[in-house]
Design a protein around this ligand. Structure first.
Ligand code: SF4
Length: 504
């Protein structure tokens, strides 16, 4: 009979959360590289290269793959023969492991968890509590899966109570385009079918932790309905042409997982959950012999890629004028240098409230660009920690007042804008650019200096001024309102030619 010591359990959880903050699972690296090699869309291929290079840099630098270091989720299978030498509950032990990992001064992770979610939304300070799922199983060991899920992909989770004769493939193909690129593909889609509503969600989440192995299934062929669905969905979802980061291309997903469970005769619950470019999970087993040390991947597991900026336009942000930005075309690649302002949800809300009260703003936005970002705190000699873009559509409602009243001429964020925001961008002849979601450490290397200009009390949501050198971005909405997230997927869907393109 194994005895699991409290300290061994906590330290193993802490080490695993640090591990997954900077090491992708090897199957993800290999799956993404295969997709990269097959990709024919230049924009999607470039995004995949950035994600792969970022992945290797994070592994070498032991710094987070993404600035959103996620909500901590743990699946724990406790053997019924196990004894515990512990005073804390399982939830408290996992939380202590999360606290240690996220507060580690050598690689401090972003504390993204807020208490009172429909009220004050105040940070708990250390990314606790974790979401813990426990199952009692026969045996003498404790199996643990830890995962860190980013908000961008969690927010795109879908669930439906379908009728027994509804077609799941049709439902998935109707849902995926509505998810846009906010979930930072390429990644994995995981379906849970059957059981009760919460069971469908749970088996979908659990299934997401399985290794990427769709090509093995393609080679051996399906042996049950779930495997048939995996193959059909893998082909049809990619044939939508949405591609990496929603730029249009061949690979939106690297795998589709399907898990099912018996359900009521009147029901067909179905959950559809995405896992993003920052796919992060680790698996370990405690047997009473001490804390677990996970084996790091070998640097040989990453392809040796270099970024090609030879066709990118170099832009000096410090001398930029609206006349210059109006020459940029949707899909064009840029390298930004100079001073870049930052701001996201809380700063925008405060700025707009100040404008409504007629107050002077603390920052002059004339002819400036704003970057939607909430970086990880810096360590050692870093100017800033990993600092990838956050979801731009959350700022859509602020676009009109910011462009109309502040002199702002451009924005940098992640994924597509809504129709109204695009209208305002066109009306004010402004531009919107994207950086690659899931390439946060790579982006941070372009940031040479960071100074807080306003709203310091907002922490990572304060307004900073970054000094950047050759920060890679792509024009996603140009001053005529042309949007790459519309034109790219339509072009590639037509090229793939398996699903009719509907022109709105
Ligand atoms: S890759 Fe995108 S969705 Fe995933 S954690 Fe990072 S920002 Fe969020």
């Amino acid at each position: 009979m194994a005895t699991i010591r409290q300290e061994d359990f906590i330290q193993s959880v802490a080490d695993a959360y640090q591990f997954i903050s900077y090491y992708h699972p090897v199957d993800y690296i290999k799956g993404l590289y295969e997709a990269y090699q097959a990709e024919q869309s230049p924009a999607a291929k470039d995004a995949m290269a950035q994600i792969l290079i970022n992945s290797r840099m994070s592994a070498e630098g032991h710094r987070p793959i993404c600035q959103d270091t996620g909500i901590a989720i743990a699946f724990i299978r406790v053997g019924m023969g196990v004894r515990w030498d512990a005073k804390l509950s399982l939830q408290q032990m996992v939380d202590e492991g999360v606290r240690r990992a996220y507060m580690d001064p050598d690689n401090k992770l972003r504390a993204s968890i807020l208490a009172d979610p429909d009220g004050a939304r105040k940070s708990t300070g250390d990314n606790t509590p974790a979401v813990v799922h426990v199952e009692l199983v026969p045996g003498d060991t404790v199996e643990v899966i830890v995962a860190a899920k980013g908000g961008g992909s969690e927010n795109k989770s879908k669930f439906a109570m379908l009728l027994p004769n509804d077609n799941i493939v049709d439902w998935v193909l109707s849902m995926v385009p509505t998810m846009g690129a906010d979930w930072c593909p390429p990644g994995i889609l995981s379906l849970g079918i059957g059981g009760s509503p919460e069971k469908a969600m749970l088996i979908a989440k659990w299934g997401m932790m399985d290794p990427i192995n769709i090509h093995e299934l393609q080679a051996r062929g399906p042996s049950n309905r779930a495997e048939e669905l995996r193959l059909e969905l893998f082909e049809k979802v990619n044939a939508l042409g949405i591609g990496a980061q929603g730029l249009g291309g061949l690979s939106l997903v690297l795998d589709v997982k399907v898990n099912d469970y018996p359900t009521h005769a009147a029901s067909k619950p179905v959950a559809l959950l995405p896992n993003c470019a920052a796919t992060r999970h680790a698996h370990f087993t405690l047997d009473g012999s001490g804390p677990v040390k996970l084996d790091p991947p070998s640097l040989e597991d990453w392809p040796k890629l270099a970024l090609d900026f030879s066709t990118s336009r170099r832009v000096n942000l410090d001398t930029l004028t609206p006349a210059e930005t109006q020459t940029w075309k949707s899909g064009e690649r840029l390298l930004l240098s100079g001073k870049l302002l930052t701001g996201r949800d809380a700063a925008h809300k405060r700025l707009v409230e100040m404008m409504e009260r007629g107050e002077k703003l603390p920052v002059d936005f004339t002819n400036r660009f704003i970057y939607y970002v909430g970086p990880v705190d810096a360590v050692r000699d870093e100017a800033v920690g990993p600092a990838g873009p956050t979801t731009a559509s959350r700022m859509d409602k602020f676009v009109e007042p910011m462009l109309a009243k502040t002199g702002l001429i451009g924005m940098v964020g992640k994924s597509e804008r809504g129709a109204k925001a695009i209208e305002h961008i066109k009306q004010h002849k402004a531009v919107y650019c994207i950086a690659v979601g899931g390439a946060a450490y790579l982006v941070s290397k372009a940031i040479r200096k960071s100074t807080v200009l306003a709203f310091a009390d907002l922490g990572m949501e304060a307004i900073y001024e970054f000094e950047v050198k050759d920060m890679p971005v792509t024009v996603a909405v140009d001053s005529t309102g042309n949007a790459v997230h519309k034109t790219g997927p339509a072009e590639w869907r037509a090229k793939i030619g398996k699903i009719p393109v509907v022109v709105a």
